[in-house]
Design a protein around this ligand. Structure first.
Ligand code: IMP
Ligand code: MG
Length: 181
């Protein structure tokens, strides 16, 4: 496979579409084992997780499963704390429900931690976190995804939903920033 270039930066092939599909399938089987007779709500965190979430949701083959899409935004306006976050687009009442948050990547874990906290206030019976990618060495919180596709070193990657300035999400494989000059 060839290298790709975005914003003058070179990226090398890292995870092929076949490797990704295999791990998505494995994670889907783990979730299916845990939720086969339930009606879990998959909450896809846009934009990055869209491609993974849809593949995972289909692959799980859980009859009662539902999917919804949210964005997690810094509160805009006159927030005094500057750290307040809000979930955009969560129309479902998640009270008493089993929720599986689907993320593309957990890096520092700050986004996931705030999201978990925000959702916990809405009374779900359970919240689990599924992330395609996890960078354990970058973690600055105690968030650990319950379901993980790949644990990877703290390098910048793109493709399969992950972007650089909004681009490269449509690559079917995942590429890593080249360290060669
Ligand atoms: P956090 O540091 O765990 O809060 O991750 C915040 C966000 O940074 C993720 O949801 C991604 O959108 C983005 N991110 C982290 N690492 C990468 C990467 O390697 N490539 C592209 N986006 C990334
Ligand atoms: Mg993201």
């Amino acid at each position: 496979m060839d290298k790709v270039t975005y914003n003058g930066l070179t990226f090398e092939p890292y995870l092929t579409r076949d490797e990704i599909a295999r791990q998505v399938k494995r994670v889907a089987e783990e979730i299916r084992r845990d939720y086969a007779d339930d009606n879990p709500l998959f909450l896809c965190v846009l934009n990055g997780a869209a491609i993974f979430a849809v593949d995972l949701f289909r692959e799980c083959r859980i009859k009662g499963a539902e999917i919804s899409f949210i964005r997690f935004k810094s509160y805009e306006g006159t927030s005094t704390t500057g750290t307040a976050k809000q979930v955009m687009g969560l129309d479902e009442n998640i009270e008493g429900r089993k929720v599986i948050i689907v993320e593309d990547i957990v890096d520092t874990g700050i986004t996931a931690q705030q999201l978990l906290k925000t959702l916990a206030d809405k009374g779900p019976s359970e919240v689990k976190l599924a992330s395609l990618l996890f960078k354990p060495e970058s973690l600055q919180t105690d968030v650990r995804p319950d379901y993980i596709g790949f644990s990877i070193p703290p390098k910048f990657i793109i493709g399969y939903g992950l972007d650089i300035d909004g681009q490269a999400r449509n690559l079917s494989d995942i590429f890593v920033l080249s360290e060669e000059k």
